[in-house]
Design a protein around this ligand. Structure first.
Ligand SMILES: [Zn+2]
Length: 335
């Protein structure tokens, strides 16, 4: 830091960072001067506090009528866009952009980390919720860097958001396609470990709930007319002295395989399981293949009940799995 008047030509930042009465100039890497109040940044950030607390260089003789020389002057590594967005979150006079992109949010959070302004990160972090459906991996990566706590009571916004994004990612098979955003290249690979573990555990939990805990419900002939009406040979033992036809075993096995890789209740909707199930019922079950329209309408209604019940079963199984950050303590690299 110095108080010397900068030699290069520069621009002045937009309002409210154009207030020449401010005591400090932060110059962006692309030569734009931001006029800020040092006391405000010092209070909010120990890094700025230390930076402004350094002994100042001797004030040079004024070379112009402006009070340039009497201000603190700090050259920043950030460009105009980054500095403007970041300072808006630090300065109560500034308006905050209503809609920010994921890279912009990631950038502000990275700067909040760099300048140790936790309150900024915790205020902007929850803005990532609206990207959970469209960009779950990006959201997870940013949030996970602010989770990783061993103490539940100290859980931050990052824990809740990372869990939300991880659950959304269950609809995709692993490995995930990395996002195109530049910031993702700086994300340490270690933060993906808890995610991959969680995904795998959810897959196992869903398989277990379908294949074991709820097998009797899935294979209950009193519930599902396609099993009740079926007179195909029943060779698959499903427990409690009950058997189901072999074609039904084929279907349940395939269901387990699909859901093990994409263990989300939404997978069922994505895969259009209703059509698959109907084609199996009307095709593979030889004895009811010629079912009349009335029977088919009843089957269709029960298929919907089956699908909706299955979604509840999957949801409950997944909700029991914990996204565990305690084995890793990742953090975003600070530029
Ligand atoms: Zn049959």
């Amino acid at each position: 830091m110095s108080t010397e008047k900068p030699a290069e030509p520069s621009l002045t930042a937009d309002t409210p960072f154009d207030d020449h009465n401010a005591d400090t100039i932060l110059r962006s890497s692309d030569k734009v001067d931001f006029y800020v109040h040092g006391a405000m940044l010092s209070l909010a950030s120990p890094v700025f506090h230390d930076l402004f607390d350094l002994p100042e260089a001797p004030t040079p003789r004024p070379t112009s009528p402006t009070s340039y020389t009497m201000k603190r002057f700090v050259e920043m590594a950030e460009d105009r866009h980054s500095l403007d967005l970041f300072l808006r979150w630090c300065d109560t006079r500034a308006s905050i952009p209503v809609e920010m992109s994921i890279p912009d949010i990631a950038m502000v959070i990275r700067l909040a980390d760099k300048f140790q302004m936790d309150s900024v990160a915790s205020r902007i972090g929850p803005h990532l919720y609206r990207f959970v459906e469209s960009e779950p991996l990006s959201v997870y990566a940013i949030a996970a860097c602010h989770a990783s706590l061993t103490d539940e009571a100290k859980a931050t916004w990052g824990n809740a958001l990372a869990k939300h994004a991880a659950k959304q990612l269950l609809i995709l098979p692993m490995p995930f396609q990395p996002p195109v955003h530049e910031f993702f290249r700086d994300v340490p690979a270690i933060i993906l470990e808890p995610l991959y573990h969680y995904h795998k555990m959810c897959g196992a939990a869903v398989r277990q709930t379908i294949d074991e805990e709820n097998k009797e419900w899935i294979c209950d002939p009193s519930r599902w007319p396609w099993l009740h009406q079926c007179t195909c040979p029943k060779t698959w033992y499903v427990g409690s002295s009950k058997y189901a036809p072999a074609w039904w075993k084929g279907y349940v096995t395939r269901l387990c395989e699909l859901l093990e890789n994409q263990p989300s209740a939404s997978t069922i909707l994505k895969l259009d399981l209703k059509d698959v199930l109907m084609s199996i019922i009307t095709g593979q079950c030889q004895c009811t293949a010629g079912a009349n329209a009335v029977k088919l309408a009843e089957v269709l209604r029960k298929v919907e009940e089956f699908i909706s019940g299955l979604m509840d079963i999957i949801e409950k199984a997944v909700d029991k799995v914990v996204l565990d950050f305690t084995k890793t303590k990742p953090s975003l690299p600070i530029a």
